[in-house]
Design a protein around this ligand. Structure first.
Ligand SMILES: CC(C)(COP(=O)(O)OP(=O)(O)OC[C@H]1O[C@@H](n2cnc3c(N)ncnc32)[C@H](O)[C@@H]1OP(=O)(O)O)[C@@H](O)C(=O)NCCC(=O)NCCS
Length: 315
């Protein structure tokens, strides 16, 4: 059995290569995919690790990294991933051991819910996670659209969205507190302050006379090396229930932001139960491009139509 230890910066390159090989092999074996893909950028791995370094582990055999797992705590809610075991070492209990280490860290850090997102058609993955106490908990639906050129004058109802990084320090703190309250109202204990501050992109804020009723953290940089991204990816997005009628305008504001940043596509992930935003996205021309199965261990009830979030923000 390989040794399991905390991941260090020295492991990042080995983890990047292993992550690529694990998923390229999986794609070949399960999806008939051919070819390869670049590894994640160093910045992406560093950021995956920076959230919760003490919850990230590697499995090492004969001095080689053969497994890895990353943890992300968002207040009392934790997610793990990206996560993989070298194909030659799968089905020997190593993945399960890494899950237990990472989850023990997150529960020790105060998470009352821990979750992950996985391929819904992988009976193996669902079996692994069920064995470790996780239960299927809905689908995360990835929507995507190529953006047409914006109209010369924005529609009258487009909500102006100030961005977090342009605020003064005092306003930033107040905005973070408002966003924390918003997330807590949706899912008690969920806290996206870290995501808002560190997303490699920007966070849009929607407010009413100084009271924030919605925010969207948008990644504008690619995850994979040498891949010039053209896509703005919404990593976390919440709009309070009282502003459900603002979803179409919020989507237009996100598109205008993407266009301003020179990006020509927008991707967002919504839970299958978030009917109001799903309908708004479909009406705006978005198409489903990817489905993940969410699995969680322990969770309080969530008001799905009050907002959404994308699981495991840097995954
Ligand atoms: C998914 C992955 C991380 C799991 O790690 P692993 O080390 O292979 O998993 P483990 O050996 O700890 O767990 C295997 C156990 O899962 C359970 N299991 C597997 N398939 C099952 C099924 N169809 N039904 C019920 N239980 C099942 C069994 O308990 C099995 O052990 P057993 O057959 O000896 O009883 C690894 O296989 C991997 O890297 N896969 C490719 C990348 C990937 O999918 N990453 C995760 C994305 S969310």
């Amino acid at each position: 059995m390989p040794d399991i230890r905390e991941m260090h910066a020295d492991d990042f390159d080995a983890v990047r290569r292993l992550d690529r090989d694990v998923f390229v092999t999986w794609g070949r074996e399960h999806r008939g995919a051919t070819g390869t893909r670049p590894p994640r950028t160093r910045a992406n791995i560093r950021q995956n690790h920076a959230d919760d370094p003490a919850g990230c582990f590697v499995a090492v055999a004969d001095d080689a990294v053969v497994g890895y797992i990353f943890a992300h705590t968002c207040g009392h809610v934790g997610w793990f991933g990206t996560f993989g075991i070298h194909p030659n070492w799968q089905h020997q209990g190593i993945g399960g051991a890494l899950i237990e280490r990472s989850v023990a860290y997150m529960e020790g850090a105060g998470c009352t819910t821990v979750g992950l997102a996985t391929m819904p058609d992988s009976t193996y993955n669902v079996g692994v996670y069920m064995r470790h106490g996780f239960r299927p908990d809905g689908l995360a639906l990835r929507l995507w659209r190529t953006l047409p050129a914006p109209p010369a004058a924005p529609p009258a109802d487009t909500v102006p969205a100030p961005v977090w990084r342009t605020l003064l320090a005092r306003q930033r703190r107040a905005a973070l507190d408002d966003c924390a309250a918003l997330a807590d109202g949706l899912w008690p204990g969920l806290d996206y302050r870290k995501v808002i501050q560190y997303v490699p992109g920007e966070t849009l804020l929607w407010d009413d006379e100084g009271h924030i009723w919605g925010f969207a953290a948008v990644r504008t940089t690619p995850k994979l090396e040498n891949s010039a991204t053209n896509t703005a990816v919404v990593e976390a997005l919440i709009i309070d229930a009282g502003h459900a009628d603002q979803w179409p305008a919020a989507i237009r504001a996100l598109e205008a932001f993407a266009w301003q940043r020179g990006l020509r596509e927008l991707a967002l992930t919504l839970p299958d139960r978030a009917h109001v935003p799903l309908d708004a996205a479909l009406a705006a021309g978005y198409r489903f491009v990817h489905i993940n199965l969410v699995m969680t261990r322990r969770r309080p009830a969530i008001q799905w139509d009050a907002g959404v979030h994308s699981f495991g923000w840097v995954m």
